[in-house]
Design a binder for this molecule. Sequence first.
Ligand code: SAM
Length: 214
Amino acid sequence: MTSTSPKNTAQQYWDDFYRDREQKRSGGPNVLLVREVTSMPPGTALDLGCAEGSDALWLAGLGWRVTAADVSATALRRAAERAAEAGLADRIDWQRHDLSQSFPEGSYDLVSAQFLHSPVAREGERESILALAARAVAPGGVLLVVSHAGWPSWQQEPPFDYHFPTNAEIRDGLGLARDEWTVETDELLTRELPGPDGRPGSRADAVLKLRRTA
Ligand SMILES: C[S@@+](CC[C@H](N)C(=O)[O-])C[C@H]1O[C@@H](n2cnc3c(N)ncnc32)[C@H](O)[C@@H]1O
């Protein structure tokens, strides 16, 4: 993974990112989270890279008790405001972490990492965070990693050098004991979505859903 600017820390980069764009006051959860989790009974969930809280709010609305972590204090403040407005504040624990430095405590029925990509991450950083994510899954619980698998169709030139890891690479990086996990979803798909100018576009995404059996 290559940094756009080596002096950018994750917190600086992502706080600037959220400050520079309008707050997401509404906005639904990620569709692949919804697809994979709707049938699960509510329990405890950890949302890694929760941004402005859309996924955490959706989970909490279904009855999950959510711990939601992000490096950006701006995103977390906005997310907490949305939770208060929705009457869900007591169901979500917002925690600021640079996940490469610190990680939420506890074990969870669902650990979700939705598009946890960062242009300022160091080599191997995402891999290490996802390995910690797997360790935070309770027996019987699920690790759900949804990743971009390439640039969107409207991006003519890559804005920076970035390797989108395949599900096979992600699985290898988790270092899991094969007899303790089952693969429930391992899928590469193309989603239709509008580009910034509103015209139709698409993007390849990868879904990896693993259940801890022991
Ligand atoms: C591409 S966005 C995805 C946000 C959200 N999960 C979604 O699907 O819309 C990546 C998110 O991860 C957070 N993030 C990036 N690097 C991080 C790190 N080292 N520790 C914690 N959060 C990080 C960013 O602040 C950002 O909110």
